[in-house]
Design a protein. Structure first.
Length: 156
């Protein structure tokens, strides 16, 4: 197994075990993370996102379904289960990775924000989850929540 594939598998094993520090040890200090709800996070904010998701944010389970990695990069397919606004949400996604100095330096998650919104927000999310203004509002709310979480951690 290529070391980059092993690193991806270790990252997801730590997430599955709710070990944020272990997962973040797989990240390079200059990591760039992006997903449909949290685009363009860098460094410590990417780490705080996983701390928040594994802590209070309701991520109940993440299961790695497939992983591959080589000298050029890596890929993964996964399923995550969470509770959002007292509603169960199941997300199937895929990730792309780039590496530097034996750690993950770029991490891009892709999943359907429309499907997420349909589950998390019910009929309104299903009807409007594709609509730009709703997507922007969801991202703005997610950004504010992450910023509050990071500020509270910095105050500790």
């Amino acid at each position: 197994m290529h070391p980059h594939e092993a690193l991806i598998r270790r990252f997801y094993a730590c997430l599955a075990a709710r070990d944020a520090d272990g997962a973040l040890a797989c990240y390079h200090a200059e990591v760039f993370f992006s997903d449909p709800l949290h685009p363009r996070l860098r460094g410590g904010l990417a780490g705080d996102l996983w701390r928040m998701r594994l802590g209070e944010a309701g991520l109940e389970e993440i299961a790695l379904e497939e992983a591959s990695g080589d000298a050029d990069g890596g890929h993964a397919r996964w399923t995550a289960r969470a509770v959002v606004r007292h509603r169960p949400v199941t997300v199937r996604g895929r990730s792309m990775f780039a590496f530097r100095e034996g750690r993950i330096v770029r991490h891009y998650d892709h999943y359907s924000l429309w499907r997420w919104a349909a589950q998390a927000l019910g009929p309104a999310g299903a009807a409007l989850g594709w609509f730009g203004p709703l997507r922007w509002a969801l991202r703005a709310r997610a950004t504010r929540r992450l910023e509050r979480f990071s500020a509270a951690r910095a105050g500790d």
